[in-house]
Design a protein around this ligand. Structure first.
Ligand code: PAF
Length: 285
């Protein structure tokens, strides 16, 4: 049955709903999003509704995680279409606060991070990003009081940063990751894929194809730095402007020690025209 999700915009209404669930002994999962929902989000929502009795989806385009020159104003927003998509899922509540509710005029607090947030990956190219993400996610966790919160693996560094933050601040929540959902040609789903021109869209899957090629060559004994060097050249020749392509420790995101063997993570960010794509996969060395 298709049921329109219940949208809540105030702290009072949110807390009253969540308290009634928690008082009744029900478990609550939160899937934080910035809207523009796609199959990747819907997969996380599906996971949440299988793991918990109640599912909250938050929809909030967080100004705190965009730098002044980034795409905050043009970030896709379509609440009607998001709600229509959610109607097919087992969502108990959509929390869609206003910017003023999350950041009242006298708001003056920021979560500042170290650890995986200072790995010289996303943080090097978007220095404002993780403080903004962590601040809003801390607020969402405190407001929604979920037992668990689900984040996509496509934003792998973000997932590790949030897990670390929740642990460090003793927020009683389990941070869970959901796998990356891809187009049939391998492109990781992202709301920003909508910015790609038709020509760029044809090139975009190369990012994942090259990550897979690196993982394959390294698994067959290729020397990591040499394989990465060749892959960077290939990406450049395909039309990407690379921010980074790195093999890192999968838990700390620190560079791998010389001679490392075991499970690592391969992470990349690259521009196609004005669109920045990120992706990552497991790497076995
Ligand atoms: O991944 C996102 O969509 C955002 O960074 C998040 C976690 C919803 C915080 O605004």
């Amino acid at each position: 049955m298709v049921v329109k999700p219940n949208i809540v915009r105030t702290e009072r209404a949110l807390r009253s709903k969540v308290s009634s669930w928690r008082d009744a002994g029900e478990s609550v999962a939160l899937v934080p999003t910035m809207g523009a929902l796609h199959e990747g989000h819907l997969h996380l929502i599906d996971l949440a509704s299988k793991k918990a009795d109640r599912t909250i989806v938050s929809v909030f385009v967080n100004p705190g995680q965009f730098a002044p020159k980034e795409d905050f104003s043009k970030y896709p927003r379509d609440e009607k279409s998001d709600m229509a998509k959610l109607a097919n899922y087992d969502v108990d509540l959509v929390f869609a606060p206003s910017v003023e509710m999350i950041y009242p005029h006298d708001f003056a607090t920021k979560v500042i991070l170290l650890g995986p947030a200072s790995a010289d990956l996303e943080d090097q190219f978007r220095p404002h990003f993780f403080d903004g993400v962590a601040t809003v996610v801390a607020k969402l966790l405190i407001l929604c009081q979920p037992h668990m919160a689900i984040f996509g693996e496509k934003d792998y560094q973000q997932f590790l940063v949030i897990r670390q933050m929740a642990r460090d601040l003793n927020i009683p929540v389990k941070i869970i990751s959901g796998s990356t959902i891809r187009e049939p040609d391998g492109l990781a789903l992202s709301s920003r894929n909508a910015y790609l021109s038709p020509d760029e869209r044809l090139i975009a899957p190369m990012l994942h194809a090259i990550l897979k090629d690196v993982a394959h060559k390294v698994a067959r004994g290729g020397e990591v730095n040499r394989v990465l060097g060749t892959a960077k050249t290939k990406l450049g020749r395909s039309g990407f402007r690379l921010d980074y392509l790195e093999a890192r420790d999968r838990k700390t995101l620190q560079p791998l020690a010389r001679g490392f063997t075991g499970n690592a993570r391969l992470l990349a960010a690259a521009w196609l025209g004005k669109t920045r794509l990120i992706d990552n996969i497991a790497l076995k060395i």
